[in-house]
Design a protein around this ligand. Structure first.
Ligand SMILES: Cc1ncc(COP(=O)(O)O)c(C=O)c1O
Length: 389
């Protein structure tokens, strides 16, 4: 007798897979068959975690730091994060407002769990980081994806928020610099949005996971206001993706609720990782990270004109992160089979626009410059070969 399949929650229908995983799986299969693949599809830095952080993590394990910390995180780490806001971004953040989380993912889940539920709406950009829609869905709230394009640098504007807000709008979410476009929101626009949110009692969430990877100056943190939910992470600038550590700087009023939620959802962020992260703010680590950041900028400065010369249109200047969001409509009507063919024929893996939303995804590819410069040069020569066929 066949046993009936257990029921799964209705929310699962709204949670889409990453299409890039298909590309990645195929890339790995081709590699297993002996092909050389250039990976420009993956959204993480290619550098290893800086040595002082690794050493601190190993030392923490050896010293027996293998138990839970408090739900909000190690006090010393919360202070160090607050110190980083002061020195790097000239923002005053009380350590008591910092929550250390399992990645920015944990911070986004906590924030949306606090703010949004059934019947509530959260406004966000399309294209945008896809998990934001899914976190919102997970909270049984509605993600309102607002199409953005080059005219606003692929960022949301006050006018767009104003046009899409309803009485059900509970929060607006901005990522600057953005994944997948690398574009940043102008500080004046962010200030207008902040004031509008404050006047309407709508929560402002700003994901600054790529803020420290801003290449053209002007790292403006939204933590200059103490009523914003500011998300960040050790994943990207600090190159600790696999350690799973991020943070949230939240308004003081939200802290008791966030602590209760963190206790229940995760108990705490990983302990050895938190000890390791204390070494992230050492001068030697920051010096190394700035060298790596300069290398990422050099890669952007090579790849951006190289793609533009080949009729990939990148209309808005990508100021940060490590992504270029390239309009490939001069070459194809649909970026998904184009990405597949690029991989099959010349071994270059990129992410199709489909992963980032519904607004003209077939026009775009996300290209991550998470490979050393010589590999990017090789990728471009392979693209030439592909286009010449
Ligand atoms: C914009 C953005 N926010 C959040 C995350 C989640 O990062 P993590 O959970 O590794 O800190 C990512 C990861 O790619 C991202 O691009």
């Amino acid at each position: 007798m066949r046993t009936p399949k257990p029921h799964t929650a209705a929310r699962m229908d709204g949670i889409a897979p990453f299409h890039v995983m298909d590309i990645l799986a195929r890339a790995q299969a081709l590699e297993a068959a002996g092909r050389d693949i250039i990976h420009l599809e993956i959204g993480e830095p290619d550098f290893a975690t800086p040595a002082p952080i690794v050493e601190a993590g190993v030392a923490a394990l050896r010293a027996g730091h293998t138990h839970y910390t408090g739900a909000l995180g190690l006090p010393a780490l919360r202070e160090a994060i607050a110190g980083f806001y002061a020195t790097r971004w000239q923002a005053t953040v009380d350590p008591a407002r910092v929550v250390v989380t399992p990645g920015a993912s944990g911070a986004l889940l906590l924030t949306l769990g606090l703010l949004a539920g059934p019947g509530d709406e959260v406004l966000m950009a399309d294209p945008g980081y896809p998990c934001n829609r899914h976190f919102t869905r997970f909270c049984d709230a509605r993600a309102v994806s607002i199409p953005v394009d080059a005219g606003s640098g692929f960022q949301l504007t006050l006018d767009l928020f104003d046009a899409h807000a309803t009485p059900a709008t509970r929060a607006v979410l901005i990522a600057s610099p953005s994944n997948p476009t690398g574009t940043a929101i102008p500080p004046v626009e962010l200030a207008r949005i902040h004031d509008w949110c404050a006047a309407k009692g709508i929560a402002l969430i700003v994901d600054e996971i790529y803020l420290a990877l801003t290449y053209d100056g002007g790292e403006h943190s939204a933590a200059r206001w103490d009523d914003v939910f500011v998300i960040n992470s050790f994943s990207k600038y600090f190159q600790m993706t696999g350690w799973r550590l991020g943070w949230l700087a939240a308004p003081a009023w939200a802290m008791p609720d966030l602590e209760r939620l963190a206790q229940n959802l995760f108990l705490a962020a990983p302990t050895s990782t938190q000890h390791a992260a204390l070494a992230a703010f050492l001068p030697a680590t920051l010096t190394e990270l700035e060298i790596r950041k300069a290398e990422l900028r050099d890669r952007r400065d090579y790849l951006l004109p190289a793609l533009r010369e080949r009729d990939f249109v990148i209309p808005a200047q990508p100021h940060g992160a490590f992504y270029l969001y390239a309009d490939c409509s001069a070459h194809t009507k649909d970026s998904f089979p184009f990405a597949q063919a690029l991989l099959e024929q010349v071994g270059v893996a990129v992410t199709p626009g489909l992963d980032f939303g519904q607004h003209q995804p077939q026009r775009y590819l996300r290209i991550a410059y998470t490979q050393p410069l010589p590999r990017l040069v090789e990728a471009i020569s392979r693209v030439d070969r592909f286009l010449d066929q």
